[in-house]
Design a protein around this ligand. Structure first.
Ligand SMILES: NC(=O)c1ccc[n+]([C@@H]2O[C@H](COP(=O)([O-])OP(=O)(O)OC[C@H]3O[C@@H](n4cnc5c(N)ncnc54)[C@H](OP(=O)(O)O)[C@@H]3O)[C@@H](O)[C@H]2O)c1
Length: 285
């Protein structure tokens, strides 16, 4: 499937490449088209794609292994879902990898009705979606964020706590009977505290490569040979249409200011994703 892109989120892959800390950077061919997430209008449907047709609005993500390709006039998504008309384009453009990753992590943890889940890094791109999808599954969610984002996080459905050293004590102080599961989205060195809080090793990390040596599962999706969470996109779309999921977006930049968009995303702190509007580039509505 090929789409004419309207909006594209600035992704962690872009930021890692910019910071020069990706092992794949040396293999990057220049000129490079950044972006993993995109939303747009289907322009061409290939063999084997059912249920979608030219002119449909959709959102999704390109193959992350390509390290880019979404912030372009056209993109070829690797997974996607139909965009509900009620879902704003800027949210749709930023939703793909976050919905996939959050769904994969929640599936691995077994988050659902009756479970209490602690998410470290809960206000970020992946964390904010994980909070809402976990809540929709019936889980109780406690999430960490900086103090300025506690209201944002509470609005997404989580009980906010501050991140950083002493996390286990702050969670205990909430008086929650038990925390069953923990998800480390931030990779900020909290794994031992998360293990202490859950009292077990029912912890999954998305960003701390020391996880396996502590008995913590490091989820890497297709890189780790795991089932992916692409089924989460259709669910996120359905929940968005019901007003139960939203993708926090900090700012939308026109394509002509894409470099500023990347700088803003890298600079932080943010309250949501940075998105590039490519429709404006063509003067489209
Ligand atoms: N393994 C995978 O499959 C996979 C997939 C996607 C992403 N990732 C990785 O997951 C990570 C997060 O991605 P993202 O898109 O959610 O990034 P993001 O939007 O930049 O969010 C990161 C969050 O980390 C929080 N944070 C900063 N310092 C912290 C600390 N000391 N303790 C706890 N939280 C802290 C920030 O919270 P505040 O805003 O409250 O300061 C921020 O919201 C990245 O490293 C990315 O590469 C992994």
């Amino acid at each position: 499937m090929r789409i004419r892109v309207r909006t594209a989120g600035v992704s962690p892959v872009d930021l890692a490449l910019r910071a020069g800390d990706s092992p794949s950077r040396d293999g990057l061919a220049l000129p490079h088209v950044p972006g993993a997430d995109a939303a747009g209008v289907i322009d061409e449907v290939g063999a084997g794609v059912a249920g979608f047709t030219n002119g449909d609005d959709m959102f999704g993500a390109v193959d992350v292994a390509r390290l880019g390709g979404a912030s372009a006039e056209f993109a070829v998504p690797a997974f996607w879902a139909a965009k509900p008309s009620s879902m704003p384009w800027e949210e749709a453009g930023a939703a793909g990898t976050s919905a996939e990753t959050a769904t994969r992590a929640l599936d691995l943890l077994g988050a659902g009705e009756g479970t209490t889940l602690l998410i470290d890094g809960a206000a970020g791109g992946v964390g904010s979606v994980a909070v809402q999808l976990a809540t929709a599954r019936g889980a109780r969610v406690i999430g960490t964020t900086r103090p300025e984002s506690h209201i944002l996080l509470a609005g997404l459905g989580a009980t906010p706590v501050a991140y950083g050293p002493g996390l286990a004590g702050r969670v205990r102080a909430l008086g929650v009977p038990r925390v069953d599961l923990a998800l480390d989205v931030a990779g900020a060195g909290s794994l031992e505290e998360l293990i202490t809080v859950t009292g077990t090793a029912t912890v999954v990390t998305l960003a701390d490569f020391t996880g396996p040596e502590r008995g913590v599962r490091l989820s890497r999706g297709r890189y780790g040979g795991e089932p992916d969470g692409r089924h989460g996109l259709a669910l996120a779309a359905a929940l968005s249409a019901e007003g139960r999921v939203r993708i926090p977006v900090e700012r939308v930049f026109p394509a002509a200011r894409a470099a500023e968009a990347h700088a803003a995303a890298a600079r932080g702190p943010r309250q949501g994703k940075i998105v590039i509007d490519l429709a404006g580039m063509r003067g489209a509505g």
